[in-house]
Design a binder for this molecule. Structure first.
Ligand code: FES
Length: 129
């Protein structure tokens, strides 16, 4: 499978409270969340596992708890561990956020569009490699 990487952020832009970003998936604009887990950057799809809404729907860009260890859905308070996306509290306990494949290259964070599994291959934006 051919990989197509899209720059979605720089490591400097990902603070203790994470960073929300957008990316194309076929004709749709989707949202993801970058978080720091130890010395690693991890990316989760910004979509609750209880209902199909963004975790930050009511307060855009605000997803992490004060300690930066958990992602919290603003709708009904589901709490997901940043390290593995597991919901540990709330109406979807036991489910996992969808992980997005990212890598860091010279301070840039790149998302693997080919791992999304959608219709994106035919509609990759200019500037992807
Ligand atoms: S929609 Fe996220 S907890 Fe209900």
């Amino acid at each position: 499978m051919t990989e197509h990487w899209l720059v979605v952020s720089t490591t400097d832009e990902v603070g203790d409270r994470g960073k929300v970003f957008t990316y194309p998936d076929g004709p749709f604009e989707e949202s993801g969340i970058l978080v720091r887990v130890g010395g690693t950057i991890v990316a989760w799809k910004n979509l609750c596992r209880h209902l199909a809404v963004r975790l930050d729907r009511d307060l855009p860009g605000s997803v992490m708890d004060r300690e930066g260890r958990h992602l919290v859905c603003g709708q009904h308070g589901a709490v997901f561990r940043a390290v593995d996306g597991l919901c540990i509290e709330g109406p979807c306990s036991g489910s996992h956020l969808k992980r997005l494949q990212v890598r860091v290259d010279d301070g840039r964070i790149l998302l693997d569009l080919s791992a999304l599994g959608g219709l994106h291959a035919a509609t990759l934006p200019a500037g992807t490699a």
